[in-house]
Ligand binder design. Structure first.
Ligand SMILES: [Zn+2]
Length: 493
């Protein structure tokens, strides 16, 4: 007996073209041997035809990566009740059911597409130290198939890339859906299942990156065909970056690429996991390693050497006084905890033995500014302190003495603003009337410093990010799709 997949596929191919061109019903991604049906808020693509020979094992838990077909013998297992309380298969099993479906009021979401695509994305092990090019190429292909104009910007050595895509009119002021493609490592973590093979259990999708933050990317890309059908008023952009987890280098390069091309979007929605809460502010995170090179000598003649440890201690003492200064600079309306910018000295290493003048020392430290001006204040003060006090004293004995600060990462904060279009739009889309601030950093501050309004809102909880057995719930993905569906309707002509 033929499986429902094949029966459905036959049925679909008999639908007259005018029906296929209707917003509510059209085929997609033919190169993946799929037919996609948009039939209502919670209906899903009923099934796929697999062209694999031999077909995937019925026992495999992972969706087929090439055609996203799922276990061959159990195509219906992946079905989720539609908004009518029926399974999609029952709905489309008869012509009457199909016509019913065409009567549905509006196109909104594509949960099954999102889940299937998320499975594919999890299978790309895009740990920050590895290349993300395969995943970016895959997303570019899907977006192009959906009618998007896609640009790919490689890093200096061509090992990684950012993707920027546009659907809708080519004009400024568009809305960016932003996500990072990289994930944190899984080494030394105790996972219950292979981290790069997504599994579904109890309404949750497990795998590295499911919540941070491929779930949002999958939802956004799954909505691309819909956006292409409906968005007329203002462009929707997709911005997928590299190296967020190691210092937001991709996002910084991306805004430079946009600047060079003269593209000026207006709003950024960063889909980091916030349990779909709206986040309008977070502190920045600036990390540095400052190295001191002095002159070694016998401990009995301290004046004949340059003790790097002692200069490092003076530097740390300066950090402590700056820490106190920052408290006084705290903005009155600050909602952060603590409300001021902070400094932490994480490590101080140097020297070799009791009786040797230390020739080398290093300080690892960070600051978390609540406002960009605090970061500038600290950097300016330290620069003057080194140039005017420490280095002249060190070089009076050893001209080669040196203080060098390496920037480990400078992730701008997202400063809450009274007027914030991104916040207003996402409040309208989610029905929420509050916005919070959080302690963790995102790429939002980079978009904000590029002149855009920005907000963080995405599926899944930060509690699950970076941990073993990371997951996103299907319910959270649905909420995200609902938000994106409303965005599409808002931008319709
Ligand atoms: Zn993230």
């Amino acid at each position: 007996m033929r499986c429902l997949a094949h029966r459905f596929l036959n049925l679909v191919t008999k639908i007259p073209l005018f029906a296929l061109s209707d917003q509510k019903f059209f085929p997609l991604n033919k190169s993946f041997h799929e037919i996609t049906v948009y039939c209502g808020p919670k209906c899903i693509r009923p099934t796929f035809e697999c062209r694999h020979n031999p077909p995937p094992s019925p026992h495999q838990s992972q969706f087929c990566n090439t055609c996203r077909c799922g276990p061959a013998a159990t195509p219906l297992d992946r079905q989720i009740p539609c908004h009518k309380g029926l399974t999609a298969a029952r709905q489309i099993n008869t012509v009457a059911g199909l016509l019913d479906m065409l009567e549905e009021p509006d196109v909104t979401t594509q949960l099954s597409d999102t889940v299937a695509l998320l499975g594919d994305l999890i299978a790309f092990p895009t740990v920050s130290e590895l290349s993300n090019l395969d995943m970016i190429a895959y997303l570019a292909h899907l977006l192009e198939q959906s009618g998007a104009q896609v640009d790919i910007y490689h890093d200096d050595i061509g090992h990684k890339a950012n993707l920027f895509a546009t659907i809708g009119p080519q004009k400024d002021g568009g809305i960016v859906l932003s996500g990072h493609s990289d994930v944190v490592p899984v080494a030394e973590q105790d996972w219950s299942s292979p981290p790069f093979e997504m599994i579904e259990h109890d309404g949750r999708l497990y795998g590295r990156g499911t919540c941070d933050m491929k779930g949002f990317i999958a939802a956004a890309v799954s909505m691309a065909p819909y956006f292409n059908q409906i968005v007329r008023d203002r462009p929707v952009h997709f911005a997928f970056t590299y190296d967020e987890e190691v210092g937001c280098f991709g996002a910084r390069a991306l805004v430079e690429s946009l600047r060079e091309k003269g593209i000026t979007p207006g709003v950024a929605i960063i889909g980091e996991p916030t349990s779909m809460r709206i986040i309008e502010g977070h502190k920045g995170c600036y990390e540095y390693t400052t190295r001191f090179s002095g002159l070694a000598g016998h401990g009995s003649s301290p004046d004949r050497g340059v003790n790097a440890v002692e200069y490092a201690v003076r530097y740390v003492t300066r950090l402590l006084s700056l820490k106190e200064e920052l408290r006084k600079r705290s903005p009155e309306s600050s909602r952060f905890a603590p409300p001021w910018s902070t400094i932490n000295t994480g490590s101080l290493i140097g020297g070799v033995a009791h009786n040797v003048i230390a020739s080398h020392a290093q300080v690892e430290w960070e600051m978390r500014p609540v406002q960009a001006s605090d970061a500038e204040f600290v950097k300016h003060d330290l620069h003057s302190f080194c140039e005017e006090e420490l280095l002249p004293a060190m070089r009076a004995i050893c001209p080669d003495a040196e203080i060098a600060t390496e920037v480990i990462g400078e992730v701008e904060g997202l400063e809450p603003a009274d007027s914030n279009e991104a916040r207003n739009i996402v409040m309208e889309l989610t029905g929420s009337n509050s916005a919070d601030v959080v302690p963790f950093g995102t790429e939002a501050g980079i978009f904000q410093s590029f002149g855009m309004s920005a907000v963080v809102c995405g599926p899944g909880s930060i509690e699950q990010a970076h941990k073993p057995d990371e997951y996103v719930s299907i319910d959270q993905l649905q909420q995200c799709l609902d938000m994106l569906g409303r965005l599409g309707r808002k931008l319709a002509a």
